[in-house]
Design a binder for this molecule. Structure first.
Ligand code: NDP
Ligand code: OXD
Length: 321
């Protein structure tokens, strides 16, 4: 008989995300199946058929000889793919409307903060000053979304509904009503040249590492109502060259940056980003997966897989996302 045990390999970031809480959740949705934390005492690795993981330590999955499917408890698989010993097995990542809606909330919130000049209003309030900055229509702001996947598509549509002039850039051709879609490296320049607010929702891969650099920032539009371009990165820290982000902010090549993700997380207290007047920081919480939604999806997929049905939301090993 094929191994049925589900092993949890979780780098816990909070009690909510602890192995103990995940064990409870999985026991609720898979009541008749052994659920174990791995590595752990008395666990026989040969009995493990499935793994639910978040940033597992390198080499740990290779210790499970009968593993059949890896479930990543998040949307981004970059940490997993960085493990050179990763077994060549199907990897399922987190994709849900719930996650996409949360990311769209984040993107809308931060685009609107620039559009409605909230930083300037906050500074004026601190001075007890009643100011009247000019107010423009949403359609005057050209938002460009890098990455039109599960998250980028929903964010693009919602921004469009609010009235922004929205474009997207992705690896393959897309056709979205009311949204100009650019494809591949040869259309990147044109996409940047029409973008005032750049929103990065790309996965971190060998191709995208460091893509948000000084040269790219210099190609963004400079003739918009905001007075210069802005970066919002909610993809991964490795997408941005952090020295270049600082240099671009200091030179005025960027007039602002909202950063949810960083090369080193938690962001060290010594990072100049914390106190930079043009930077807004959020602690990698643009969009949290709902653990109950995720546990149910993993359970449904395991049961469907055992009935011989195809897995959904699998990662393409060649492209790395
Ligand atoms: P998807 O895989 O669904 O979409 C990725 C998009 O990026 C696709 O449109 C893809 O193009 C495009 N893309 C990938 N590589 C390239 C490239 N080299 N050039 C151009 N376009 C490229 O991912 P999701 O939308 O689900 O998630 C995106 C990322 O968001 C995750 O990988 C994760 O890092 C991050 N994330 C961050 C969170 C946070 O809280 N900050 C929460 C959740 C996710 P194509 O359509 O052609 O495949
Ligand atoms: C994810 C994340 O990838 O939270 O799901 O960043």
């Amino acid at each position: 008989m094929s191994p049925r045990t589900l092993a949890l390999l979780i780098d816990s970031i909070s009690e909510h995300w602890s192995v103990h809480r995940w064990t409870e959740r999985f026991r609720r949705v898979l009541p008749n199946r052994p659920i174990v934390a791995f590595p752990g005492e008395g666990i026989n690795p040969t009995e493990v058929g499935y793994a639910a993981v978040w940033r597992p330590s390198a080499g740990s999955l290779a210790r499970l000889p009968n593993l059949r499917v890896i479930f990543n408890l998040g949307a981004g698989v970059d940490a997993l793919m960085a493990d050179v010993t990763l077994p060549r097995l199907p990897i399922v990542r987190a994709v849900s409307l719930d996650l996409a809606y949360r990311m769209s909330e984040y993107v809308l919130l931060h685009v609107l903060l620039y559009h409605r000049q909230q930083n300037e209003l906050d500074r004026a309030q601190a001075r007890r000053e009643w100011i009247s900055p000019p107010q423009w229509a949403a359609k005057s702001i050209r938002v460009g979304i890098m990455g039109l996947g599960a998250l980028g598509i929903d964010a693009a549509r919602k921004l469009r509904t609010v009235g922004f002039d929205v474009a997207g850039w992705s690896g393959s051709n897309k056709n979205m009503e009311g949204i100009t879609c650019y494809t591949g490296p040869h259309e990147l320049k044109a996409f940047l040249a029409r973008t005032d607010v750049l929103v990065a929702l790309l996965p971190l891969t060998a191709q995208t590492r460091g893509i948000l650099n000084y040269k790219l920032f210099s190609e963004l539009a400079r003739d918009g109502v905001l007075g210069g371009p802005v970066l919002i990165n909610a993809g991964r820290g490795g997408l941005q060259d952090e020295n270049d982000v600082l240099a671009a902010l200091n030179d005025g090549v960027l007039i602002g940056a909202t950063l949810d993700v960083f090369e080193n997380e938690p962001l060290p207290a010594t990072s100049p980003f914390w106190t930079h007047p043009k930077v807004r920081i959020t602690p990698h919480n643009a969009a949290d997966c709902d653990p109950d939604v995720l546990a149910k999806d993993v359970a449904d997929q395991i049961l469907a897989f055992e009935r011989g049905e195809p897995l959904r939301h699998t990662v393409d090993a060649a492209s790395g996302y």
